[in-house]
Design a protein around this ligand. Structure first.
Ligand code: IMP
Ligand code: MG
Length: 202
């Protein structure tokens, strides 16, 4: 049975309803919750593939802040490669659960990537707008190679075609939080991934 977390978010939804974190039973509702164990298994498999594909080559891992920071921290500790880490801050979502459609680079990389193998690490690929913008920006800097590793792929909501070489977990629609992923800066510290719903269950 689904059950409701005792914590309630202080913010309100667009319709003014309070939001509640609801843990969804995967089989009953076809809405997905990812436990910390499921996340760990997905990351182990991602790391296995990345280790095999980049064996013997230094890799620049680029995290998109803030959503990817927990995922990136777990992923790189499973990489048996010569890894360096850099971060960017991109702004796409304003506040709440809908995208503004506009992408800005709020903090750039701290080092050049020309001639390097670069792996971009993202929490969620949703419409694909954010990553399309960012990959175009990075491509102009002439890295030796450029690939994307996303923990979550919401394929059904894609608006722009984008190749994501490494996907941890696929899901349908639904707004999720936890494991670094936020709603209005809350819930990043939850060790599992939860679905956020309005109180009326929508
Ligand atoms: P896109 O440009 O629509 O692909 O947006 C991707 C970004 O939107 C992700 O990196 C997240 O920061 C944010 N996002 C997309 N879906 C969710 C969600 O379910 N929860 C929290 N943030 C999300
Ligand atoms: Mg993000």
């Amino acid at each position: 049975m689904p059950y409701t977390d005792t914590r309630r978010s202080r913010d309100s939804g667009d319709n003014g309803n309070a939001r509640t974190i609801v843990r969804i039973d995967v089989t009953m509702n076809k809405t997905i919750l990812f436990s910390r164990q499921a996340i760990e298994e997905a990351i182990t498999e991602l790391a296995r593939r990345i280790n095999a594909d980049y064996r013997g080559r230094p890799l620049v891992v680029v995290g998109i802040l803030k959503g990817s920071f927990v995922f990136l921290a777990d992923l790189i500790r499973k990489l048996d490669l010569d890894v360096t880490v850099d971060f960017v801050v991109l702004g796409s979502y304003g506040s709440g659960t809908t995208t503004s459609g506009e992408v800005k680079m709020l903090k750039d990389l701290s080092a050049p990537i020309e001639g390097k193998d670069v792996l971009v690490v993202e929490d969620i690929v949703d419409t694909g707008v954010t990553l399309t913008f960012f990959m175009d920006t990075l491509r102009r800097r002439r890295p030796a190679s450029l690939a994307i590793c996303a923990l979550i792929d919401k394929k059904a909501r894609r608006e722009v075609q984008i190749d994501v070489q490494y996907v941890g977990i696929e899901m349908e629609d639904g707004f999720i939080v936890g494991y670094g992923i936020d709603c209005n800066e809350q819930y990043r510290n939850l060790p599992d991934i939860w679905v956020l719903r309005d109180e009326d269950g929508s």
